[in-house]
Write a new protein. Structure first.
Length: 418
């Protein structure tokens, strides 16, 4: 493929993706601002005007920051490609070692470090600016810096051996190197999923068994009814970093865990917690997690196979402003520009995710209570300052969950009603 063709395609999709992201952000802001002065019908008895306006203002502020992030992302990708950033990192990696394998690992490590440092201003702005302004940030500077240090150390201990293995396989795997790398990535991903709750997550949060005996019995009854087995129910100290509430499943096999943030338990009644958990169990019962993993792994295989074609094309490197071709550079360059080409297709994955959420809600309505799940969702929208309204096109591209009005209306049809 000619370098000029690669360059023209990339710049076209970069302009398309940047423009589309900005357009969607403005649409979302306009939709939220339009409904800021009045609580939507159906929520007037559960959400005050003050809470509704706080959610609107939080969303509007988030969208302003998001637009800065869009411009910043575009600038960074241009700096790394046509600005010579990747060429500079490649030249620096030559001084690390005379081994091409180690040079490749050094190139990727240098890029990840540089990218982390360049993204730090936006992260700080979001954490200590936006989140603090609306009362959500609980992170102190020592905790913030410790998290980054632990993440960097953990990334080095786990990531560097993995990168060595990937680049080594790319060198010896022949024409089917992408298949061997995919198999390695598949095994590595499953291993991390299995190890995360037991060995990785405790480095960042404290997890304690659920102490509320009545709630624990209620949860155990729900697990028994639905045939779900786990390592236990734990409470994470999410309030250490944020005022946002959350709950999730994590792990594989015998290491599966149910985790509630302490911020969620503080605001919920036991029956509401049960309903939230029933929703999460619905994802497992309908095999949403397994399906999502299968789709993710299949897409990973496809992406690596496509890279297997481009890695042999000099125009791929030159068209993106890179002078030196190598296995590491091909991998790095491809995954750097890939989001530019895939963003316009985001509505497909969003549609699948929202469909799964509706299905999990119906499961929760059958196994627990639609009314209790509605009540819990309203509390989550309120405590997380989630806007009750939004733009439909923005939702298609960005939202993994249905909108508040749409979701609660579906629950009411499934047996709720407030």
């Amino acid at each position: 493929m000619a370098a000029t063709t690669v360059q023209q395609l990339f710049l076209f999709f970069l302009a398309l993706t940047t423009t589309l992201r900005l357009y969607l952000s403005f649409r979302q802001s306009r939709a939220v601002l339009k409904h800021r002065s009045q609580v939507p019908a159906g929520f007037a008895g559960a959400v005050s005007l003050e809470e509704h306006q706080k959610a609107a203002d939080y969303t509007l502020a988030g969208q302003r920051l998001a637009r800065w992030q869009i411009w910043y992302d575009t600038l960074l990708i241009l700096l790394f490609t046509y600005g010579g950033g990747l060429n500079a990192l490649a030249a620096l990696s030559l001084h690390v070692s005379t081994s091409p394998l180690t040079q490749g690992v050094a190139l990727m490590a240098l890029f990840l470090l540089a990218n982390m440092l360049l993204e730090l201003p936006m992260t700080v702005w979001r954490t200590f600016g936006l989140e603090a302004r609306f009362g959500f940030n609980r992170t102190t500077w020592p905790v913030f810096l410790a998290d980054r240090a632990k993440g960097l150390l953990l990334g080095g201990l786990i990531g560097i051996p993995f990168l060595y293995a990937v680049i080594y396989l790319m060198g010896i795997g022949g024409a089917l190197w992408w298949l061997w790398v995919w198999l390695l990535w598949l095994g590595f991903s499953l291993l991390l999923m299995w190890a995360f709750p037991k060995w990785i997550a405790p480095l960042f949060n404290r997890f304690e068994p659920l102490a509320d005996e009545a709630l624990r019995r209620r949860i155990e009854d729900l697990l028994a009814r639905t045939g779900f087995k786990s390592e236990g129910v734990f409470v994470a100290d999410g309030s250490k970093r944020s005022g946002h509430a959350n709950a999730y499943f994590t792990g594989l096999g015998e290491h599966k865990r149910i985790v509630f943030f302490d911020t969620l338990l503080k605001d919920m009644q036991p029956q509401e917690v049960e309903a939230v958990l029933a929703h999460e169990l619905g994802h497992f019962k309908h095999k949403h997690i397994v399906t999502q993993m299968a789709v993710s792994f299949a897409l990973g295989l496809l992406v690596l196979a496509v890279l297997g074609f481009f890695i042999r094309e000099p125009g791929f490197y030159l068209g993106l402003g890179v002078n030196s071709a190598s296995h590491a550079m091909a991998l790095l360059l491809f995954f750097l520009v890939l989001p530019v080409f895939t963003f316009p297709f985001s509505p497909l994955s969003g549609w699948m995710s929202r469909r799964n959420e509706f299905e999990a809600d119906r499961f929760a309505a059958a196994e627990a209570s639609a009314d209790d799940l509605i009540s819990a969702l309203v509390k989550l929208y309120r405590s997380n300052a989630r806007s009750l309204v939004g733009d439909s096109w923005y939702s298609r591209f960005y939202d993994s969950h249905p909108g508040a009005r749409e979701r609660i209306a579906a629950l009411q049809r499934a047996g709720g009603g407030r």
